[in-house]
Design a protein around this ligand. Structure first.
Ligand code: NAP
Ligand code: F7E
Length: 373
């Protein structure tokens, strides 16, 4: 068991929650950065917060913000971390078109602020640094499958800000000898994914549609292709990258790509029905085609499944189109496989199945709550 000290920014997010679990299992003392917000955002890590006796000395939260360099310096000075995982970000690509300056501040300058704190506190040779870089850097792809050597072409304020952070890490590595790594992670999902990202939006909404809680799923570009993996598998690589002799950058990906439309089809099948597509472009609609009575009976019980063949449940809403879209992402994680012996444990089908199961359970509970109100 390790007795290292880690600081995790973005600890309240999807990856932060999985990484916290991993680091705690390895015996780390974990410090997390949390923002002051009017309604708590700690749901994903509440099991650690509400068990203070169990985690008394091993887990601490600190108020701060990636836009506030003084708070970052104060926390880093106080805890003298062996490792910093910079997962905090305005992580929504579509939102970054509406808030480009804020996104640049958090995702770009936020990284610089931490690196400067490490440098100014003379921790460059003690503190190892992980940067949550992203496949969005490839944007308008310059090669059909993307690896560490593929040139970048960012297509959103989100990706441009992350490009700044990516090169800043490399610059601090070369200029000051910092042990800093970029994990170029392709999309990774889970039942803890925020509901405004497309995978979770699909499993969340279809589950509620099946229970009659919502009428329709509205989507944008269903032709987009993504390389989706499970967040639980990807945080392992974040940790592994900081345990090597030399700091390097790694692509982490499943090596499979699927469209948003295919994700909808697989999620629906996991619930127990199939989808038929009709129309083109913004007029495309998704209808319930066939229902699997055995699966529906086992999951829903009598009378709770509210769909029948012919019901129109998917529509396109151009609101979800982006000014510039990333059409295809498809990762080549050979380097991680060869150098770090890493490959994803969870298949695409297992990922969707896990997300659907969790969202069906949440929807079922909602129905029960509604019944007694
Ligand atoms: P997420 O669920 O959206 O979590 C983002 C985290 O950043 C949250 O804890 C959020 O805090 C925090 N945050 C936002 N603004 C902040 C600020 N100004 N100061 C401090 N913290 C702030 O994202 P994720 O999916 O876990 O992703 C983790 C990181 O990996 C992000 O940097 C993301 O850009 C990057 N990434 C993600 C993927 C992916 O597919 N998931 C792929 C490549 C890279 P609140 O809870 O208070 O909002
Ligand atoms: O979109 C399309 C959308 O928002 C995926 C972040 O974690 O991964 C994530 O960014 C695709 C896009 O993820 C809807 O246009 C269609 O082509 O789930 P997303 P993202 O933009 O790929 C990368 C690697 C990160 O680094 C980011 O932090 O799906 N799409 N219809 C839709 N997307 C959303 N959100 N909502 C829709 O209704």
């Amino acid at each position: 068991m390790s007795n290292k000290v880690a600081l995790v920014t973005g600890i309240t997010g999807q990856d932060g929650a999985y990484l916290l679990k991993l680091l705690m299992s390895k015996g780390y003392v974990v410090h997390g950065l949390r923002r002051r917000v009017s309604v708590p955002t700690t749901q994903r890590i509440d099991e650690y917060i509400f068990a203070p006796q169990e985690h008394h000395n091993e887990f601490h939260l600190h108020y701060g913000d990636l836009t506030d360099g003084l708070s970052l310096t104060r926390i880093i000075q106080r805890i003298q971390p062996d490792e910093i995982y910079n997962l905090g970000a305005q992580s929504h690509v579509h939102v970054s078109f509406d808030s480009p300056e804020y996104t640049a501040d958090v995702n770009g300058l936020g990284t610089l602020r931490i690196l400067e704190a490490i440098r100014n506190l003379d921790l460059t040779h003690k503190t190892r640094f992980y940067q949550a870089s992203t496949s969005e850097l490839y944007g308008k792809i310059q090669s059909p499958q993307q690896s560490e050597s593929t040139p970048f072409y960012p297509r959103s304020p989100y990706a441009v800000a992350k490009l700044f952070a990516y090169w800043t890490v490399i610059n601090y590595r070369e200029a000051y000898g910092l042990y800093g790594c970029n994990g170029i992670l392709f999309n990774h999902e889970s039942a803890m994914r925020g509901t405004s990202f497309v995978t979770r939006k699909i499993t969340y909404t279809l589950s509620r549609i099946a229970y009659g809680l919502i009428d329709k799923l509205y989507l944008g570009n269903m032709n987009a292709l993504r390389d989706w993996g499970h967040a639980r598998d990807y945080v392992e690589m974040q940790w592994l990258m900081l345990q090597q002799e030399q700091p390097e950058d790694y692509v982490i990906a499943s090596g499979e790509r699927r469209s948003v439309r295919e994700f909808v089809e697989v999620a629906a099948r996991e619930i127990g029905f199939s989808i038929e597509w009709r129309g083109q472009g913004v007029d495309e609609v998704g209808l319930v085609s066939e229902v699997d009575p055995e699966k529906i009976g086992a999951t829903f019980g009598k009378g709770r499944f509210k769909l029948k063949p012919g019901d129109e449940i998917v529509n396109i809403d151009p609101y979800y189109f982006r000014p510039t879209e990333v059409d295809v992402l498809w990762g080549d994680a050979s380097k991680a496989r060869e150098k770090l012996n890493w490959s994803p444990k969870t298949s695409f089908l297992e990922l969707v199945s896990e997300m659907v199961a969790e969202d069906l359970e949440q929807a079922r509970k909602q129905v029960v709550v509604n019944q007694y109100e």
